[in-house]
Write a protein that binds this ligand. Structure first.
Ligand code: SAM
Length: 190
């Protein structure tokens, strides 16, 4: 298949936006795959801020970072992404060039602990405040579970309401795949 699949597309968008020495955010750390990817992009002179409400997720991520010797450029917060502006030092406001959300539940974890629209939207709002112009927020939406369908609806309504002089908003999805495959919303701050 030549059309780019969802997860590689998400990573390409991050690669477009995040360069060595940059500041980026993993808003849903989970098992740490994206944290690791972002830490490689920014390199030793950059910084990644990661958020998750589950200790289990943060522990898995820390192990992964240590295995790749990338722990020094990552700061993990055991709190919700709705606290982004409280946690990221003000000296980095205006300097965040990329952020990723992988919504839903922790793979292999408790399926009752899921991201919810209210706090996801609060986090996006905060990111739009503190990102650099042309910074990109990538949101991977999993809508196979009931709460995911609700979150999808709230998020689509919210991103469509963003003024076009504030941000460019893109939806990337396969229209004929079965079983509610994940899709992407990307927001580029203007
Ligand atoms: N990107 C991750 C990876 O590479 O494994 C997968 C993320 S998983 C789909 C979603 C994660 O979001 C879960 O680990 C869950 O604990 C976390 N989460 C749920 N609500 C959150 C919130 N308000 N703030 C931050 N993380 C949250």
């Amino acid at each position: 298949m030549k059309l780019e699949r969802i997860l590689p597309f998400a990573r390409n968008l991050l690669e477009l936006a995040v360069k060595p020495g940059d500041i980026a955010v993993d808003a849903t750390v989970g098992n740490g795959h994206d944290t690791l990817f972002l830490a490689n992009l920014v390199g030793p002179s950059g910084r990644i801020y990661g958020f998750d409400i589950q200790d289990e997720a943060l522990m898995a991520c820390k192990t992964k970072l240590r295995e790749h010797d990338l722990q020094d450029q990552v700061t993990l917060f055991h709190t919700g992404h709705e606290n982004i502006t409280e946690c990221i030092p003000p000296l980095h406001f205006g300097k965040v060039t990329g952020a990723i959300f992988n919504l839903g539940y922790l793979p292999g974890g408790d399926k009752n602990i899921v991201t919810v629209p209210e706090t996801t939207i609060q986090a996006i709002d905060q990111l739009l405040e503190i990102m650099a112009p042309e910074g990109i927020i990538v949101i991977v939406i999993y809508h196979g579970h009931p709460e995911g369908k609700v979150e999808r609806e709230y998020l689509l309504r919210y991103v469509k309401s963003l003024e076009q002089n504030i941000a460019h908003v893109l939806e990337y999805k396969f229209l004929n795949q079965k079983n509610n495959p994940p899709f992407i919303i990307a927001i580029e701050k203007r």
